[in-house]
Design a protein around this ligand. Sequence first.
Ligand code: SF4
Length: 388
Amino acid sequence: MHYKSNNKTNKIITYDILQKALSGEKLDNEELLILLEERDEKAVGKIIFTADTLNKRINSDKVSYVVNRNINFTNICSLNCKFCGYKRTKNSKDAFLLDYDKIIEKISEGIDSIGIDEICVTGGINPDLKTNPDYYFNLIKTVRNNFPKLHIHAFSPQEIYELSNATGMAYAQVIEKLVECGLDSMPGTAAEILAEETRKKICPQKINTAEWLEIIKTAHKLGVKTSATVLFGHIESSADLAYHLSIIRQMQDETAGFTEFIALPFISPKTSLGKSIYRTDRNEIMNEKKALKFYAVLRLYLYNFKNIQTSWPKIGVPAALKSLGCGVNDFGGTLMEENITKSAGGKFGEFLDENEIINLIKQSGKIPVRRDTVYNYLYKYNAMEKAV
Ligand code: SF4
């Protein structure tokens, strides 16, 4: 199902929609599309103001963050997503598959240097692992045995799909086995854009929309929380975004299993999709205004999401700070390493330490709160610089 734009996208209609959102009513999908299509600068300013007002009502001035480390265990991948600059073939000079000792070393480094609460583990779809699915299960088991208290956030729906194929086990059995090994939660990545026609154009070999939804629903039913994501700013239309958001919101109504919504701007320079759109490899940075407005629309439409996360590695720290005034209440993580954005040509770094994050959030007039992966608040920092 797709939503068609109509010609009523004028300021008066937009303001009516904003009033509706402010009064706590659920926006419908036609209203979402009107907000997405709104270009008038004054109206966009109103959209952002309203999103900020709603966010303050829900989260006051608190802005959360997580102290975590990304672990990308392999960059060898048999798929060919057109927005990806990360994948390598087995024979590439810089191809890798981490062994468990290296993974343990990286985690120990994260714990010793910054006291990470979480690791986020994802990788390419490495063809060698199709015949060795135990690599995934034993990875989780090994991490759990070595770090009993660490939150393990691992494996996208695409990886669950591959594991199901490799083992002949149903999605539920795969997820249950991973949980037995020590998995805590899963990233809701590989969603990209869930409007099927556009999805087929940018990642033709990935699982389809129905499969992504089925795996996420299965995880939620088993009590495994996931994030929700979208990749935006490429060839998708407003109707595609509206469709994507509508099915995510519907799933959240059914399962309440999403912890947060993360909007990921497309980083184009070193990707085949970027080169085909822009016909150049110059660094096309996501249009900041477009990203900020999108964050605001998310806050207005996703009434059943308490948490909307910005992405500082993709839009840069200054824009991420501005997003805190556009409906966003989560700054994301310390990350320590961020190979996927960097490989696509991202230039905003891959590590912010906790003190930097705390100071940045405070500078924007907000209250930093350290959280765990599933949004339990751990420490709030008051004006006296103490955790409370
Ligand atoms: S996005 Fe992931 S699955 Fe797609 S090509 Fe890149 S590494 Fe492979």
